[in-house]
Design a protein around this ligand. Structure first.
Ligand code: HEC
Length: 204
């Protein structure tokens, strides 16, 4: 008798399960704890009658700055480039070691392909005729280029050079530019306290 009862119970239960799991037509089947499947809150990508935009996803409030994020204050215009000469300065105090190791690594990864490992404008792309030679870092113009304008160029690009803003963060941009400066200092024989950097450069 007990056995028979179990048997009937099993049939009944599996019948219920099959029924619950077999939606068809307009019948969605039974859902247990539907809130777990259909979120009560609005889904991130769903439409939303509450917000004026009609979407759940919202843009950050105007002027909001993510924690730890640097916002470059100048626009990508000729005037912005002019202003960069006096308004943008390197806020970091890198050690000679950081410049000659980390700065160099970034330079070889992102810049040397055009500017050449030595900075003379004879990078690999130039050698294989894929890119016209960029000006040498040791030209009079670039030797005296204000650091703010160099940064502006790395931010937005200039002429044939594209923006490197997405590959490098604020600190890395200044670090790689400090390495460029150390190449120039070594070239002009100015060692200063960068003698270590100059030594690394001559090994190239
Ligand atoms: C695709 C080739 C290419 C790459 C990659 C490249 N550059 Fe340039 N770069 C150029 C060219 C071309 C110019 C000349 C732009 C002009 O004056 O029209 C230039 C100019 C510059 C200048 C002079 C800026 C100025 O305001 O006149 C600096 C500094 C510089 N590059 C640094 C870098 C650094 C640092 C990197 C790597 C993060 C880099 N470049 C990557 C092609 C490149």
């Amino acid at each position: 008798m007990l056995r028979k009862g179990k048997y009937i119970l099993t049939i009944l239960l599996s019948g219920t399960v099959f029924y619950a799991c077999s939606p068809g037509g307009n019948n969605p089947g039974y859902e247990y704890m539907p809130e777990m499947v259909h979120s009560v809150a609005y889904d991130a990508h769903s439409e939303n009658p509450v917000y004026p935009s009609g979407y759940t996803n919202q843009l950050p409030a105007e002027g909001a700055i993510a924690v730890g994020k640097y916002t470059y204050p100048l626009p990508n215009t000729p005037e912005g480039y002019e202003r960069a000469a006096t308004e943008i300065h390197n806020p970091f105090d890198f050690t000679a070691d950081e410049i000659s190791k980390d700065g160099k690594k970034l330079f070889l990864r992102y810049c040397a392909i055009c500017h050449g490992e030595k900075g003379d404008g004879q990078g690999h792309l130039v050698e294989i005729d894929k890119f016209p030679p960029p000006p040498s870092y040791f030209s009079d113009d670039l030797m005296s280029k204000p650091e703010g304008q160099r940064y502006h160029t790395v931010m937005y690009g200039k002429g044939m050079m594209g923006s490197h803003a997405s590959q490098l963060d604020h600190r890395e941009r200044w670090l790689v530019l400090s390495y460029v400066k150390s190449l120039q200092d070594a070239h002009s024989g100015k060692s200063g306290n960068d003698s270590e950097t100059a030594e690394v450069v001559t090994k190239n």
